[in-house]
Write a protein that binds this ligand. Structure first.
Ligand code: SF4
Ligand code: F3S
Length: 392
């Protein structure tokens, strides 16, 4: 089987498709700051009302928000697949004969509870009042939960694409968006089975499958996807994940002093502040998450870092858990540069191609070189001297 280099794993592995992802100039990418998500599901309903409100699409939530650690749609999708993979094994390496990837088709009852586990925390309350100040340190609860927005990752090694015997799924040249041609589809459901994130879905009314479209009509017009523009928590930033530090100026406009895109910086700069979800599956997902900083790193380690020695060597920590802790600390105490980029989240519905952070001002430009954002920001905090609280 052909091999491909996977930079998220730091090694080569098999990928059963003759197409090789070239590092094209423009590729769809998204950053989600989990710390800002409040599970309001505005994104989910914006997506549903735009794309999946027809017959046979009732159960299709291309965009959904799960409560970790107990939620999941379909039910238990991640743990079930992880249990089937060997150590350091991608879904392609674990595939059985005749299959492109290891996977499974979720049954009807697994799709019945999109909000299962909502607001169910991990851990227990101690007896007594949890806000009492005379509790010993080890009596405090270790409760935590967080919200995980999930969507198609427009992967660079898409399992859905590799699995379709009809070649009905393709990756667009211009932006890497992975689309399903419903005219070609014959409902074989290999895509449904192979996507480890369970985003292609079969429509029983039409007899063919459907998958998320990355809001491509909006991208073509220079706007961000609806889940990004509708997010009231300003959790997201969308743009060109491939536009690195060496890229030129957009539209020849040299006023955009930096050539890099902000999503590229957060996901790929040395700061390493946004991480892919379950990279160990091997599909090279292009949605990157700023991890929640209140959650035990041992839980996040499995979710956001690949279990390979090669990758470990690239990280500043000596163990994966320490690496995640470092990322959590960076998210909690962002650098001045990252703080500037954080102002761009939800600041405009236009797609920000490039940006600059200079002193206390962040600016963003679209693909044509037009300035679309210009925001001042401060990070200093003044702490007043003297007593904060009195017993008056
Ligand atoms: Fe395909 Fe699934 Fe990757 Fe989306 S997340 S591109 S449906 S493999
Ligand atoms: Fe192919 Fe999936 Fe249709 S495998 S034929 S795109 S159901």
């Amino acid at each position: 089987m052909p091999e491909t280099y996977n930079p998220q794993l730091g090694r080569e592995h098999s990928y059963p498709y003759e197409h090789r992802e070239e590092e094209r100039d423009w590729h769809w990418g998204m950053i989600i700051n989990i710390n800002r998500c409040i599970n309001c599901n505005t994104c989910s309903f914006a997506c549903k009302s735009t794309w999946t409100s027809g017959e046979g699409e009732e159960y299709m939530w291309w965009m959904n928000v799960e409560t970790e650690p107990y939620g999941g749609y379909p039910m238990g999708w991640d743990m079930r697949l992880l249990d089937d993979l060997g150590e350091n094994e991608t879904i392609f390496e674990a595939a059985e004969d005749g299959e492109a990837a290891k996977g499974y088709i979720a049954q009807k009852e697994e799709w019945e509870y999109p909000a299962l586990g909502d607001d169910q925390v991990h851990g227990e309350y101690p007896t007594g009042d949890v806000v009492e100040s005379d509790l010993e340190e080890d009596e405090y609860h270790d409760m935590w939960q967080f919200y995980l927005p999930r969507l198609c990752n427009h992967c660079k090694n898409p399992a859905c694409l590799a699995a379709c015997p009809r070649k009905a799924i393709y990756k667009r040249e211009e932006d890497g968006i992975v689309l399903l041609d419903q005219e070609r589809c014959r409902g074989y459901r290999k895509c449904v089975k192979s996507c480890p994130y369970h985003k292609p879905m079969y429509n029983p009314e039409t007899g063919v499958s459907e998958k998320p479209v990355g809001c491509f009509p909006r991208i073509e017009e220079g706007n961000v996807p609806r889940c990004v523009s509708s997010c009231i928590g300003k959790t997201r930033l969308h743009g060109n994940i491939n536009r690195g530090p060496d890229a030129g100026h957009p539209g020849g406009n040299t006023s955009a002093a930096a050539g890099r895109s902000p999503v590229n910086y957060l996901a790929k700069s040395d700061e390493k502040i946004a991480l892919p979800l379950y990279p160990q599956f091997g599909t090279r997902p292009q949605v990157f998450y700023m991890p929640p900083y209140h959650v035990p790193p041992e839980f996040l380690t499995q979710m956001f870092t690949p279990n390979t020695e090669d990758k470990q060597n690239e990280w500043p920590g000596s163990t994966f858990e320490e690496s995640v802790k470092i990322v959590q600390d960076r998210v909690r105490n962002p650098s001045h540069h990252t703080l500037g980029i954080l102002q761009l989240f939800g600041a405009t519905t236009r797609l920000i191609e490039t940006y600059t952070v200079k002193e206390h001002r962040v600016k963003g430009w679209d693909r044509k070189g037009n300035k679309v954002v210009d925001i001042p920001f401060e990070e200093e905090m003044e702490v007043r001297e003297g007593e904060m609280w009195t017993n008056q």
